[in-house]
Design a protein around this ligand. Structure first.
Ligand code: NDP
Length: 244
């Protein structure tokens, strides 16, 4: 399937590593102009070395004031991928207030206010736009030691739906992808131990974890005109994990 993004400008958060980095590169490959936001300069340096056309933006996504100002100064944005996210593994009885604040700030507060700043521009431009939030299967199933992470992703799913409701009249579509495990840096932290990964793999009808490319393809589809009638959707990229 040809998915051209020629003439589109895209902002990808958490673009230094993992799914965000692969998404930024794929969007460039299909013709978009890409702004890559992440908080580690070395990751942006290596990304720009690989793909010189990418515009780097070194910011902590949770610094709402700075990020909003930067977005205001960016010019038109047609596509947003709200991908930056973290996890801190703790059992429910051990959840710390600091972990709660940190995970909610990055996984919920940042996507809300980044999307708000981007959507304001889209509304004033009058050309519509498209937003994909990177959620998780963890929004829909309880996972051991993932109390706060699961809760943030459930909140993100409702954010996707409420944004779709209010932004639809402005021709702005908002969807999420909800992947199963991907063995990125974040994924490896929780799932590289075979004792933990085997029961998860056993629950996935396709019998494997997702590759970054599987998630990127779903994001590209939702960003594209091929998904022109899809908004407010939570798209599992889970090999069937959520059928249980
Ligand atoms: P990685 O840890 O590989 O990459 C995350 C990227 O986000 C890094 O570049 C990281 O930068 C950046 N980032 C984190 N916090 C901030 C911040 N405050 N400001 C700016 N950038 C930030 O994770 P993944 O690629 O695996 O995850 C991407 C998304 O996919 C997340 O939202 C995650 O919840 C979701 N997801 C992941 C799954 C998995 O199994 N991997 C499964 C389902 C969903 P730095 O390294 O400098 O902190």
């Amino acid at each position: 399937m040809e998915i051209p993004f020629t003439g589109k400008r895209a902002l990808v958060t958490g673009a230094g590593k993992g799914i965000g980095r692969s998404t930024a590169k794929a969007l460039v490959q299909y013709g978009a102009e890409v702004i890559a936001l992440t908080r580690t300069q070395a990751d942006l340096d290596s990304l720009v070395k690989e793909v010189p056309s990418i515009k780097p933006l070194c910011l902590d996504a949770t610094n709402t004031e700075k990020v909003t100002k930067a977005i205001e100064e960016l010019g038109n944005i047609d596509l947003l991928v709200n991908n930056a996210g973290i996890n801190i593994l703790e059992s429910f009885l051990d959840v710390k207030i600091e972990s709660y604040d940190k995970i909610f700030d990055i996984n919920v507060k940042a996507p809300l206010f980044i999307a708000q700043a981007v959507a304001k521009k889209m509304v004033s431009n009058g050309n519509g736009g498209c937003i994909v939030n990177v959620s998780s299967q963890a929004s829909l199933i309880a996972l051991q030691d993932h109390t706060v992470y699961c809760t943030t992703k459930a909140a993100l799913d409702m954010l996707t739906k409420t944004m779709a409701l209010e932004l639809g009249p402005h021709k702005i579509r908002v969807n999420s992808v909800n992947p199963t495990v991907v063995l990125t840096e974040l994924g490896r932290k929780a799932w590289s131990d075979p004792e933990k990964s085997k029961p998860m793999l056993d629950m996935i009808p396709l019998g494997k974890f997702a590759d970054e490319e599987d998630v990127v393809n779903a994001i590209l589809f939702l960003l594209s005109d091929k998904a022109a009638m899809i908004t407010g959707a939570l798209l599992p990229v889970d090999g069937g994990r959520l059928v249980h």
